[in-house]
Design a binder for this molecule. Sequence first.
Ligand code: ZN
Length: 245
Amino acid sequence: MTPEMTRAQALPTWSSALAVVAHPDDESFGLGAILDAFTEAGTTVAVLCLTRGEASTIQGVPGELTALRAAELASAARSLGVETTTLGDHPDGELSSIDQGVLAAEVAAAADGHGAQGLITFDPSGVSGHPDHVAATAASLEAADTLGLPVLGWTLPHAIAKQLEEELGVAFIGRHDAEIDIVLPVNRDRQRVASLAHASQAIPTSPLWRRLELLGDHEYLRWLRREDAPPPARRQATTSTVSRP
Ligand SMILES: [Zn+2]
């Protein structure tokens, strides 16, 4: 059987999911079409965004950046059918300097509060390689281990990442076919509306637009933690049994 045949084409049927991102706009620019697919399928989606995105520039839009980005996030989330958004107050650009356990506790509390059956976040590479994205995913995985929840990671096919890098000179980290578990058919209408809600960021020269063009009607996901992954307690128990003489 080829890898093509083994790849799923549908999202898991969770009644509720928590999306964990580093910056306002990641939920739309990155996860938008996937969150839309979840909400269309009846999944109740909450978004936890760990920073207020204050390290970005305002791109000529009037207003104070932090307040503006919070308002943009709220508007974008509404477009995607997201039920609740929570904004963390960690420093944008410095997420990797925050104790991972602190971030993981916030993710776990948000997942618990929302009754999430699974988490969705960026690939551990950060997709663009941004250290904040990497830190958000690492914290999500630690929280998922604690709660025994599955985690889906959004990724790009290797060829598209390469093409973006060559065309635009910006870093993207993709995955080869064998590493991709779900190839999801998507409709991008609401993702485009949600992305445009981030008016201070969705400028015409943003790599976002070319990425969406290249991705076309599909998004690509990996299981970072499977539905049936054993809880850490059971793994520990197994290890201690094995290591005992
Ligand atoms: Zn980001």
